[in-house]
Design a protein around this ligand. Structure first.
Ligand code: NZQ
Ligand code: ZN
Length: 386
């Protein structure tokens, strides 16, 4: 096992009817900016619960943060923070709203000219305005981690950043919010969380026995609850397990002391930036090709995964590893998610070269758990996913 230091300061408040706890979690004299997305919270009762809980606070609102949170829109929110002397941010939404809020938390304390530099500098954010979240969509784990991803339409870029100052102070997870989520977004949440686990698990063995079993248990739980939550999003037991699995998939715990890959996400972000494909679906497009291309370096873990998660028995390590990849692709299909780029766009020609060039230009010359995946490899993987 590799050395590690682990600290996750986010307080999780989990359960039915817990949104009311906002009253106790936000500092009494705070001037709050309530941030939300396209309006789903106004239709499913979440907005009313939040407003009631905040009735004794001075609250300003900023709605309209789109899926794949957009830099230009967030810059408008930053103006509100500055002109209205906001002291606390409250994100009410899915990963996009929470990520946008993290960016604002960092941008509010940023001393340079252009806050976009937060995403290109590679420096972790060490200062941030305090913020909390009410999660409405299990998927990203953003509610309990310190990372965020921002999109800039103008330049067709989607970049990640973060830092120790960007953990939410608290996140409220009421599984009842799942009942209004459209099937497509539930499928996305399942696929995203599944891939988060895979990025931290599907590497090479380092005798992280507990980490492996944490990872496998989250994968198994997601597989187990998927049919129930897709069938009935108001199934509270299924929603609870879905929600907690998504949080645990990316709150840092399972990745401690083991190598991480994350190349699938890096390639996937480019597909969202180019074509606007939902984040989770880009992962489903890249994952099978990535594992097939890197079979040799990942085969031991792939075979272990096939055995322990999918019950694959018999055959060589390669046979089992390949069966594990096939099962993963079949799992995405069972969620109604297509796994080829050409099933999302007819304009895929040249995508592999474009992504490969972008990685070269950014100096991303060695990716994956071995830091050996070159832009040329990336081009081959993306092309395999057409
Ligand atoms: O905008 P509203 O109207 O709220 O509607 C949203 C949005 O259209 C809707 N929705 C959310 N909760 C709902 C609901 N509809 C009905 N009922 C509810 N309870 O769902 C749509 C998608 O929301 P979004 O927040 O975009 O989805 P998700 O949580 O999947 O977030 C995706 C973003 O997170 C980033 C992705 O790249 C993407 O930009 N990621 C963030 C990560 C992190 N911070 O750690 C890691 C991930 O790998 C990912 O990259
Ligand atoms: Zn993801």
């Amino acid at each position: 096992m590799n050395n590690f230091e682990f600290k996750n300061p986010t307080k999780i408040i989990f359960g039915k009817g817990k949104i009311v706890n906002l009253t106790k979690e936000i500092p009494v004299n705070a001037k709050v900016l309530l941030l939300y997305g396209g309006g789903s919270i106004k239709e499913n009762g979440v907005y009313v619960q939040v407003k009631n809980a905040l009735s004794s606070f001075d609250v300003v609102e900023f709605g309209g943060i789109p899926a794949n949170p957009e830099y230009a829109i967030l810059m408008d929110a930053l103006k509100v923070i500055k002109t209205q002397n906001i002291t606390f941010l409250l994100a009410v939404g899915g990963g996009s709203v929470i990520d946008g809020t993290k960016f604002l938390s960092a941008a509010a304390e940023f001393e340079g000219e252009t806050p976009w530099d937060l995403l290109t500098s590679g420096n972790p954010s060490l200062k941030g305005m305090p913020f909390g979240s009410v999660l409405t969509l299990p998927a990203t784990g953003s509610e309990m981690n310190s990372g965020y991803v921002l999109t800039r339409k103008e330049t067709k870029e989607k970049l990640a950043s973060g830092g120790p100052a960007l953990y939410p102070r608290f996140s409220i997870l009421d599984p009842q919010v799942v009942s209004s989520i459209p099937q497509k977004q539930i499928a996305n949440g399942l696929a995203d969380a599944f891939t988060h686990v895979m990025e931290q698990y599907m590497t090479f063995p380092v005798q992280g026995l507990l980490q492996d079993r944490f990872a496998e248990s989250i994968l198994q739980t997601l597989i187990e609850v998927a049919p129930a939550i897709l069938k009935d999003p108001s199934d509270y037991d299924a929603a609870s397990n879905f929600m907690w699995s998504c949080t645990m998939a990316l709150n840092g715990l399972i990745g401690q002391g083991v190598p991480g890959d994350w190349a699938i996400h890096m390639m996937g972000h480019e597909l969202t930036a180019q074509f606007g494909i939902d984040h989770a679906r880009t992962l489903a497009i890249i994952t099978p090709s990535h594992y097939r291309y890197n079979l040799e370096s990942k085969k031991e873990k792939l075979a272990q995964y096939a055995e322990r998660v999918w019950g694959v028995n018999g055959g060589t390590i390669e046979d089992k590893a390949k069966a594990g990849i096939d099962q993963t692709e079949a799992f995405f299909h069972s969620l109604g998610i297509k796994t080829r780029l050409s099933e999302y766009t007819t304009e895929f020609t040249g995508t592999a070269e474009l992504i490969s060039k972008r990685f070269t230009d950014r100096g991303w010359l060695g990716m994956g758990e071995n830091r050996k995946l070159t832009p040329t490899d990336v081009a081959k993987i993306v092309e395999m996913s057409y």
